[in-house]
Design a protein around this ligand. Sequence first.
Ligand code: GTP
Ligand code: MG
Length: 471
Amino acid sequence: MNQCAMAVLEEYPDIVFSYGYGDEYSFVLKKTSKFYQRRSSKISSVIVSFFTSVYVTKWKEFFPLKELRYPPSFLSQIVCCASLEILQAYLAWRQRDCHVQNQYNTCFWELVKKGGKTEMEAQEILKYAKEQDRNELLHQQFGINYNDTLALFRQGTCIFKTEVEDIVKYNEDGTPVKRLRRKAGIFRSENIAGRRFWNAHASLLKELGNFSEDCFKTNPDYIRSFLFESKLMPSTWIVIRIDGCHFHRFADVHEFNKPNDKQALDLMNLCAVAVLEEFHDIVFCYGVSDEYSFVLKKDSQLYQRRASKIVSAIVSFFSSMYVMKWKDVFWKKELKYPPSFDGRAVCYPSNEILQDYLAWRQVDCHINNQYNTCFWSLVKSGKSKSEAQNYLKGTQACEKNELLLKEFGINYNTLPLMFRQGSSIFRVKRENPTLLENDASSVEKIETKIVTEHCNIIEQSFWEAHPSILN
Ligand code: GTP
Ligand code: MG
């Protein structure tokens, strides 16, 4: 977790402080940040996506003998702190939670592992135990002084950048040439919201300001009041669209075929199938290039329709899957760096408008693909990129098809359907439902299967042929 947070800090310069423990991390962006024009959905989805990607990428480094059994995913949300005092209270609240949880868990596992109690018994013993009681229990029964246990678990971890001196080279006389560089480092303190810790770090004072008073007691309800989450309009189709971040670079670094890389698209499709399997409320997925749209049914109550939870869950799961499945698709290509995706949620009130949305994405797929096919054919034939661009300026669809046919012998309509129409993924009813025996007591009937098709979804006939998708 800490290494992933460190990578996040290195990746996004606007993050000036982070604090984490257990399975959570908070990242603080500076007040003046213009990151993604402060669009909350983009900011939170990109960070959670990158974090997840790094987590999966780094797994082997930390658990060389353990297989990652399924894709981990994280939820994210934005909290705006109107003043430094509120940020201070927020941090105090998170660190208090870290302490309370860790103290409880330390007692619980001592009771189970050394005290011979069952998990139920341990739970019962700790039910009404106060903070002081727990410390005494640890001390008297197990000889543990809680304050001597690992600070990593007790206090959590802060990560922020400080200026360090780097030796960049040596002069001829052997004297080192030093330069100041901002580098992320790990810091711990009993009280991260205290003046002593905070005001002692020049970089925190510079980026965020100083704490004028200590924060003694926080009221969690007060802090939670800043955690409001917007909910998506009821009884509307929810579309979550994710899109690869800077995929022009990602595609170049990984030498994707131009303009379309079948393996890259296969990987996107594999991940989308996994998303459909994981989130039962998703009824339809449509993907093209580095983007995927996931349609959730109108009456979905997933995360009580909280936008940030739904977006982050899907984008994080997708990113996780992308890294995990990379080797299945690109067995000879190494993943050079962790990819990330942004995500957003849009509600569509009627079937017609939802279909218009999907048609818009498919039209986009066609226009881009036709343009890119021409563009790269021209470039491959010796034109420079700007010549190719000028050549295609203002050309109509039929002219582009003619160019492809006459100059390059390519009949556009015979190019792979996946490139021309994108990929649609949905469930269809099985003609012969199969019985799946999980264990002796439960026999599950599998009535649907997931299919990936490359078909025209603009025409009404597709929806008429698959009435169960939208009904
Ligand atoms: P942002 O989404 O704004 O972060 O930038 P982006 O670089 O991801 O651009 P955008 O999403 O608009 O477009 C996707 C880009 O991904 C394309 O312009 C291509 O550069 C690249 N890409 C997607 N699919 C393929 C592919 O199959 N082959 C190649 N070579 N590139 C692809
Ligand atoms: Mg993109």
